[in-house]
Write a protein that binds this ligand. Structure first.
Ligand SMILES: Nc1ncnc2c1ncn2[C@@H]1O[C@H](COP(=O)(O)OP(=O)(O)O)[C@@H](O)[C@H]1O
Ligand SMILES: N[C@@H](CC(=O)OP(=O)(O)O)C(=O)O
Length: 358
């Protein structure tokens, strides 16, 4: 089942790093847009895959920089892909113009590195669309007080959703997967969902299923705009994220967890940590706390396998599985988790899926 995007209708189309993995792929998707979309869509692009991580490591190697400089450099990956994508569109016969966030402009608050969108101005893009020129917007970025800001990792999804809201267009996120699955397809084979509610997707995104950024899902939910996730290489399938309450489903999301196991009660002061007591004391760290503390403590890199369940699950079965794999687990009304080492994560995920998937 899929709502095929109608090439005759107005649409915002976002291509993420997973699709923009090399120049050949950019050429292939740009050709498809240039030849199949009669009405000019608004294209929104991420940096090519791996580029933002590389930029981040360059920034870290130079200087523990202020947010202002960091965002300036961070935003360049998207500028590069917007320019290249636009060149390909022209090569395939369509007029196009690349735009940075500040040129649109997309106004944000001043939270560098994790800014929120305050306003999207339509005039410049509208004037391009009227003249049949395809705008290619660099995602993940905006402007505040004349300074470039970035929207947080995965933020291009948010750029696309906010443009779709402002223009009243459909919003389609093209990924390297044909939709949202009950489990990340790179971990195990599971069922693809035709629909998922904002709430379920938001919960899954917050707990590691970063296929769609949690900020984008929240924004779409607040503005009640449906978001379509699909693959450009298989147009027959997709997932629609919307208000529609779907049937009850279990989703599994994997999250990296950085964990200090304590021998005594000598608890270090670490911001935002969750202290969990389950036979042993341990502290889960955020990735940034992990980087700050990795030289001072023995920190284990683990995986938190989160099972999101809309109905209560059989707790006896869950605890039996949890104990088989780990001493660290938790059970709540709507989600349960088990923390395991990297080598056990697939096996555990498979067992949870087999026991609890609907
Ligand atoms: N439940 C899920 N369903 C589909 N894909 C998922 C899920 N959880 C994680 N993923 C991963 O998300 C990836 C796509 O997201 P991402 O790399 O952020 O895309 P992009 O950067 O192109 O927007 C897929 O390659 C897939 O491995
Ligand atoms: N390039 C940025 C923004 C982004 O949205 O990327 P992607 O769409 O590839 O997840 C990041 O890596 O966070």
């Amino acid at each position: 089942m899929c709502n095929i995007i109608n090439p005759m209708s107005n649409v915002v189309i976002k291509f993420g790093g997973s699709v923009l993995s090399n120049l050949d792929n950019i050429g292939i998707v740009a050709k498809k847009i240039a030849t199949e979309f009669k009405k000019p869509p608004i294209i929104v692009v991420s940096a090519m895959s791996g580029v933002t991580n590389k930029i981040e490591s360059v920034i870290d190697s130079v200087y523990n920089s202020r947010d202002l400089q960091k965002d300036f450099v961070f935003s360049t990956g998207e500028m590069f892909s917007a320019g290249i994508f636009s060149m390909f569109l022209e090569k395939f016969g369509r007029k196009s113009e690349p735009l940075c966030g500040w040129q649109v402009p997309i106004e944000t608050n001043s939270s560098h590195g994790n800014a929120d969108i305050k306003a999207v101005h339509k005039e410049r893009i509208s004037s391009l669309l009227e003249r049949d020129i395809i705008p290619v917007v660099a995602g993940f970025q905006g402007i505040c007080d004349g300074r470039i800001t970035t929207l947080g990792r995965g933020g291009t999804d948010l750029s696309a959703v906010s443009l779709a809201v402002e223009f009243g267009f459909e919003c389609c996120l093209y990924k390297d997967v044909s939709g949202i699955f009950e489990v990340d397809p790179s971990i195990i084979k599971s069922k693809k969902l035709d629909f998922i509610s904002y709430e379920s997707m938001h919960n899954a995104s917050l707990r590691g299923s970063n296929v769609v950024s949690h900020k984008a899902v929240k924004y779409a939910s607040e503005k009640n705009i449906k978001v379509i996730v699909k693959s450009i290489f298989d147009e027959s399938e997709c997932t629609v994220i919307s208000k529609k309450e779907g049937d009850s489903k279990n989703l599994i999301a994997l999250q990296k967890a950085f964990c200090i196991k304590l021998t005594g009660l000598d608890i270090p002061e670490i911001e935002n940590s969750i202290i969990s007591f389950n036979k042993k004391w341990c502290i889960f760290l955020s990735e940034s706390d992990y980087l700050k503390n990795k030289n001072n403590f023995m920190i284990e890199k683990m995986y938190k396998v989160n099972l999101m369940h809309e109905k209560p699950i059989n707790i006896g079965i869950f605890i039996r599985i949890a104990k088989k794999y780990s001493e660290m687990y938790g059970n709540m009304d709507t989600y349960s988790w088990i923390c395991v080492s990297k080598d056990k994560r697939k096996e555990l995920t498979r067992e949870l899926y087999e026991c609890f998937a609907v």
